[in-house]
Design a protein around this ligand. Sequence first.
Ligand code: CTP
Ligand code: CA
Length: 232
Amino acid sequence: DAPGRTAGDLSGRRLVVTAGGTREPLDPVRFLGNRSSGKQGVAIADAAAARGAEVTLIAANLEVASPGGCRVVPVSTALELQEAVTAAAADADAVVMAAAVADFRPERVSDAKIKKVDGQERMSLELVRNPDILAELGAAPHDGILLVGFAAETEADYERLLELGRAKRRAKGADLLVVNRVGWNHGFASDENAVTVLDAADGVAAETSGSKMSVAHVILDLIAERLASGSG
Ligand code: CTP
Ligand code: CA
């Protein structure tokens, strides 16, 4: 599934990959979550390990098995993911933020299962912002750490999709940003993906579609090139 890839081109490199989607608890039995399966992030971790990298996979509620050959750190919430990424990023060569991180979490987590009361027809939840993990990594000094972000967008118009991606890359301070269109029926859970990768000059570094494993290798080609040339 990796035609023409050089085995070992990432050997000695340390990659941190986040995958899956965070879950923000409301009470012991409920959470706010999202539809990220973790397949694309897991494919990147798997492919990077196959190419010789030392991979830490920060796994948020994966719907697929973690690959062998990686150090796996299971997390559930955005705050747990932040702690795990911050610890692992310290000696990393690249951080790939493929996980779908909840932008907000319930302000209060109830210790007991929340009960409806007789006659109650509505309920509202107060949410507070989660930290933007990628933006914080991008804003802090991160010499020698290549930052790779993802952008999940529902925008159907291709040019507008790229504009959203460029704005997001700049806002995060990412060296590469992988843009993919998501919707009710595509992107998540699928074994296939179609992405455009934007670079630090706002150009299109790659455009590819196919299995999530083949997309993973294209993203890793870009990472390997940049690590080899010492940029990022
Ligand atoms: N991300 C993050 N921390 C957050 C939210 C997102 O690190 N609290 C990361 C994601 O892992 C992804 C990138 O930022 O690599 C973009 O995530 P996305 O949800 O597409 O963008 P947002 O900046 O959250 O913007 P919005 O959801 O409002 O479009
Ligand atoms: Ca978001």
